[in-house]
Design a protein around this ligand. Structure first.
Ligand SMILES: *Cc1c(COP(=O)(O)O)cnc(C)c1O
Length: 402
């Protein structure tokens, strides 16, 4: 368990996103058991959804992930620089990407067009063979080879394989998660693409299409591997009210701070910009030093968001500002310095990031990925267990030294 209340007050960072790496590893184990025999591609793009790419990648591998997935090459380089040598695939490329560097670092490349395949092939003239995952657009209409061009791309890929310039490590696609019917139509397109690839003589190492949502919902979408992001962080991929707890997953990030001050307000007092909220009776207001610059959506204003403070959930009131928001604590004895958990694991009594998202009209993904730079990332647990920083200082805060 993460004891976020221990440590020496005043030594702890004022604002911390505490990342429980054991929760990440357990979530990966839970997801792996759910989708077996399909493998897990742990998606650690966007700094592992704000959780810290290198430590999370390590925890995911410890939990049984077979492959790491990132969007772009810089993210893959960060993993390599952090000492992670296992398989990594990157799928969203700068048009001017230097594939030679990527291939030299054995980064597997998602390829979404014939032109991109040719640029990878050209890079292999002065490097070792590239491991590529050919992406078919099955109907998401973002990237991926359109079905009309697929035969030409797989023919060229087969030729490059014979020339030993590439290995087709995978064929993949991405679902729109729109409806079961729409997903079924995408899966049918995926089947057609796999048949064309097979006819061209390709034997892709892994076939993968599902992200967390389809991986959890649809056994037919699992193929050889599933790419899981949000589930691994212990948040729900579903928009239908299914919570992460329902899925047996534990939120890995706890956003915690301290009450910066308290203030007694009279009945009728207006609070924060625009006086959007007024005290109905005399009450105590606790000031929380987190605002939209730290990733608390301004849109959560008036949305019913709560925090855990003094053992109870209490409402955020008034306009959320850049640096701060206000919590109504009634007549309870809440003091400056008391711990405030904005979101965390539901078993601790805290609201979840998914609940803050709901109050803000967004999704948990956006909450955790947008935690701002003033918030220290503190990693606890994990393959190389690190205790909550105590009297010795902040330990690994904000530096993923290995
Ligand atoms: C981000 C991403 C994922 C992970 O999606 P989750 O919903 O977080 O599981 C999977 N595949 C691709 C291509 C992605 O970009």
């Amino acid at each position: 368990m993460t004891d976020v209340s221990s440590g020496t007050p005043g030594r702890r960072p004022l604002r911390a996103a505490v990342i429980d790496l054991d929760a990440v590893a357990r979530n990966v184990e839970t997801l792996a058991a759910r989708v077996a025999p399909a493998k897990i591609v742990a998606v650690v793009k966007a700094n592992a959804y704000g959780h810290g790419a290198v430590p999370v990648a390590r925890a995911a591998l410890a939990g049984g992930a077979a492959l790491l997935g990132v969007a772009d090459l810089d993210e893959a380089y960060e993993l390599r620089a952090g000492g992670i040598h296992g398989p990594v695939v990157a799928w969203l490329h700068d048009p001017f990407a230097d594939f030679r560097r990527a291939i030299g670092l054995r980064i597997e490349l998602g390829v979404s067009s014939l032109a991109q395949l040719e640029r990878v092939a050209a890079a292999t003239l002065t490097s070792e063979a590239a491991r590529v995952h050919l992406k078919i657009d099955t109907g998401l209409n973002r990237n991926g080879v359109p079905e009309t061009e697929w035969a030409a791309v797989v023919a060229r890929a087969a030729e490059l394989e014979r020339l030993e310039q590439i290995t087709v490590a995978g064929v993949f696609s991405h679902l729109a998660n729109t409806s079961r019917e729409a997903d079924a139509s995408q899966l049918a397109a995926f089947e057609r693409a796999l048949a064309v690839a097979s006819d061209a003589g390709l034997r892709p190492g892994i076939r993968h299409i599902a992200s967390s949502e389809a991986a959890l919902r649809d056994p037919h979408a699992r193929y050889d591997a599933v790419r899981v992001g949000i589930g691994m962080y212990g948040l729900t991929p579903f928009g239908d009210g299914t919570t992460s707890a329902d899925l047996g997953l534990t939120p890995a990030m706890t956003l915690v701070t301290r009450v910066a001050g308290t203030h007694r307000a009279q009945a009728g007092a207006g609070v924060s910009y625009g006086h959007l909220w007024r005290a109905e009776h005399p009450t105590t207001l606790a000031l929380v030093p987190l605002g939209y610059a730290d990733g608390i959506p301004r849109h959560a204003t008036g949305g019913g968001a709560e925090v855990l403070l003094g053992g109870k959930r209490r409402p955020i009131v008034g306009r959320i500002a850049m640096d701060q928001f206000v919590v109504d604590v009634g007549d309870d004895d809440i003091r400056e310095g008391d711990e405030v958990v904005v979101f965390g694991a539901p078993a601790t009594g805290a609201p979840t990031a998914d609940e803050l998202a709901e109050a803000s009209g967004t999704i948990g993904y956006e909450i955790v990925t947008r935690i701002g730079p003033r918030v220290a990332r503190v990693h606890v647990g994990g393959p190389k267990a690190t205790p909550w920083p105590d009297a010795e200082g902040y330990g690994d805060v904000d530096e993923e030294e290995e």
